[in-house]
Design a protein around this ligand. Sequence first.
Ligand SMILES: *Cc1c(COP(=O)(O)O)cnc(C)c1O
Length: 451
Amino acid sequence: MDRLLAHPEALLLASRASRPFISGLLEKVLDDLRRDFMAPSRQEFSEEEVTELVLQRLKIAYSKGLEPSLRRVINATGVVLHTNLGRAPLSSAALERVVEVARNYSNLEYVLEEGTRGRRDQHISGLLNQLLGCEQSIVVNNNAAALFLILNTLAGSGEVLISRGELIEIGDSFRIPEILEKSGAVLREVGTTNRTHLEDYRRAFNERARLVLRVHPSNFRVVGFASRPNLDELLKLCRELSIPLVEDLGSGCMADLAPFGIADEPTVRRSLEIGVPIVCFSGDKLLGGPQAGIVAGQAEWVGKMRSNPLYRALRVDKLTLAALEGTLLSYLVRPETPEVPAFRMIQLTSESIHRRSEAILAQLTNSHPGLDTCLVDGHSMIGGGSTPEHGLPTCLISLRSSSKSASEIERKLRNFNPPILTRIEKDCVLIDLRTVFPEEEPVLVKALLNL
Ligand SMILES: *Cc1c(COP(=O)(O)O)cnc(C)c1O
């Protein structure tokens, strides 16, 4: 080890990085090499040859060791808000705000007009209130945190009434009953899994009840013999019982998606307009911004959450605020068709995706002879727990090879630099350009020619 570390090439690497980093890599390389040499039928190596081998592997380990683990990928799955792929890509406007605020000092908690201390929420709340039509709003780390803060503030150790049909799990360990329990509140289940009536809420109500929670069913739907009271009825009952109604909207749809064939996604504005006192939703789902949880509603309630010490622990950093402000400004300029990538992807028509797919196929004339490509009709998914039964009609590039299995093709694309993620259906690899940026198409072509 000492002799290897003293080798000029190792010294050269050590001059660029720290010695412990290099010796750590070297140890790992030696371990691997010892294991390789244990295997029978290995040829004999001279000391020089071993040194050469070690240094060669050290150099590879060095560049690998400095490679970032969190990388960009090309999303050809057609799932617009893919939680495993970072949900919403940010708009250029949002990114510009992030770079400017991150690179420099900012007025994060400073009122420039008065030269006094300010609050970090001053930058966003005005904009949110205007866009959503609410009295007050705050931003925390994610929607799970938003819900936690709401329950902790408003329910304390009292009871929260929820329909049994809304006790959902979103995936990645977000479960409504568990969040509720951790917040200190007591779950009071109402109705049944498929049907909950207004009367069930009334019957479940008692003096320990603190609020009614209404949860967007997100990634699942109960179909068939199913019902729940509409929002207006539930709101009326809550007024009568003098407890607030809280609505967890999940995906937080800001613009009407009906023109794109999605009619049942409730908008945040509509809930606030009809008088729901408190709503919460994610920043990186349909809003198309950074990871965040937004709480909006009547000042009386949101103010209480703002002064809960827990808010301090759940608040967002300046990068998130900058990205969120940049995203929200796009909605201010064009509320129906904001310049936000996730929104634009949802808007794409199957015809335009078809045209782009054809153009890609036209460039594959030199691809390997056994590769069989064609275009098929299919569906893209919005993802992020929104509108599960609504696929968006799309055009898919379907790949099949006489010499490789679908999973081999999928793996090869996934190991490309940058990685390209696709899906497999019926032994074909499917590429959906809805979620591929036009700038990424040349790379995609290169990867396909390389198959
Ligand atoms: C996605 C979702 C959440 C969790 O939101 P995060 O921002 O991922 O924390 C909570 N509730 C509902 C209804 C959701 O759809």
